[in-house]
Design a binder for this molecule. Structure first.
Ligand SMILES: Cc1ncc(COP(=O)(O)O)c(C=O)c1O
Length: 390
């Protein structure tokens, strides 16, 4: 076979996907939990990458320090100190490939197959997959509009001895709820008392539009049972694959001392150097302010469209993050609605995917960040038509 023919054959047999997104043309997929392409800060990152390459110091192309590049961690600590309003020490930070990677690594290092993890009901469905990959037994805890319910947690603690508890404290995925500061403190205390580790996934902490969020779990990391996990995916770009863990230095040592890093070096030194420049230039803070402005107005458009076109559904307007968590009327089944919705060229995520108890069948998750306001409204109109069809 000629070279040209083999290339043509390869093009025919391979999906040359450029991103994780796979939305058919004409479809409005309100399930998409990604930032819009138009808000991926290409110029900011181009300038930062050029600055790295022009320095004539190729250290960022070398195997990296296990805990993550020291200068980057100093810059990140400074950014977090300003963002949280209390000091964050660079020695308490560990660089990751994002929160998904942090969850996977912590499961690998701190659990064995068959161990129990507590999660919220509902919870981020793809994190549940990571826990399943590690053979963990998933037990879900009730939540309300203030996040995880402490009474429900205490009840489960009488029945189980969890190794981990996974919580999304601020603008939760999918519910949009935020855990109160009082409950955060109670949770940290219970973790110490019952010797389990809290994995606080703070991916939406800096995407707060209407409230100053309660203190990040960063504030409780003097407690060796608390890991605060952060990410640049939603505040810069997911393709960077960059995030961090903040924890007590003894716990950071355990992470940095693992075989993965011994062999491969610290995670993502190249991207860390680029993002370090973005932080130092003030570009990160500006990007977050820009995202918050745009997302706040998209949130408001979604709220109005729901009020106008789907008044029979129930939801609480989120105060940040990415998602509306909408309850369908009269116990309508979201999975069935989803099958019909394809014909109306509209998509969403059915609630059952976020349940660890095969529940929440009458909920749907709608993302309000990926599309432009007119598309959001059109998507909700399509959803209305689909629901009316019965
Ligand atoms: C709650 C939550 N955690 C983690 C992630 C993924 O984070 P990362 O890109 O840092 O792996 C997402 C992405 O949608 C998310 O919603």
């Amino acid at each position: 076979m000629t070279y040209k023919k083999s290339i043509i054959l390869m093009l025919m047999t391979t999906t040359l996907s450029e991103s994780q997104m796979n939305i058919p043309p004409g479809m409005i997929d309100l399930g998409a939990g990604n930032p819009p392409f138009s808000l991926l800060p290409i110029d900011l990152l181009k300038t930062a990458a050029e600055a790295c390459f022009s320095k004539n110091n190729p250290a960022f192309l070398q195997y990296g320090a296990e805990q993550g590049d020291g200068r980057f961690r100093l810059g990140l600590a400074d950014f977090l100190t300003h963002g949280y309003g209390f000091p964050v020490d660079a020695e308490h930070l560990f660089v990751t490939n994002g929160i998904s990677n942090a969850l996977d690594l912590i499961c690998a290092l701190f659990t064995r197959t068959g161990d129990t993890i507590f999660v919220e009901e509902p919870s981020y469905f793809l994190a549940l997959r990571i826990f399943a990959d590690h053979g963990l037994k998933i037990v879900s805890i009730d939540t309300d509009e203030d996040g995880l319910v402490i009474d429900s947690l205490e009840e489960k603690l009488r029945e189980h001895k969890p190794k981990l508890l996974y919580v999304i404290p601020t603008h939760q995925n999918p519910s949009g709820h935020t855990l109160t500061e009082e409950r955060r403190a109670q949770l940290a205390e219970l973790a110490r008392e019952h010797d389990f580790l809290i994995l606080a996934d703070e991916v939406y902490h800096f995407l707060s539009y209407d409230i100053q969020p309660p203190k990040s779990f960063s504030a409780w990391t003097e407690n060796k049972h608390v890991f605060s996990l952060g990410s640049f995916s939603k505040i810069l770009a997911p393709g960077l694959r960059l995030g961090w863990v903040q924890a007590h230095p003894d716990m950071i040592k355990k992470l940095a001392g693992c075989g993965l890093l011994d062999s491969g070096g610290g995670l993502n030194p190249f991207t860390s150097a680029v993002v370090h420049h973005v932080i130092e230039s003030g570009g990160l803070a500006q990007n977050i302010a820009k995202l918050n402005d745009i997302y706040k107005s998209k949130l408001s458009v979604t709220n109005s469209a729901l009020e106008k076109y789907l008044p029979q559904t129930t939801w609480a307007s989120p105060q940040g993050g990415y998602f509306f968590w909408v309850r369908l009327p009269d116990g309508m089944d979201a999975a069935e609605l989803q099958r019909k919705a394809t014909d109306f060229k509209v998509g969403f995520r059915p609630g059952v995917r976020f349940s660890s108890r095969d529940g929440l069948h009458d909920y749907i998750r709608l993302s309000f960040v990926f599309y432009e306001p007119v598309e959001i409204e059109e998507g909700i109109v399509r959803l209305k038509r689909c629901m009316e069809q019965g």
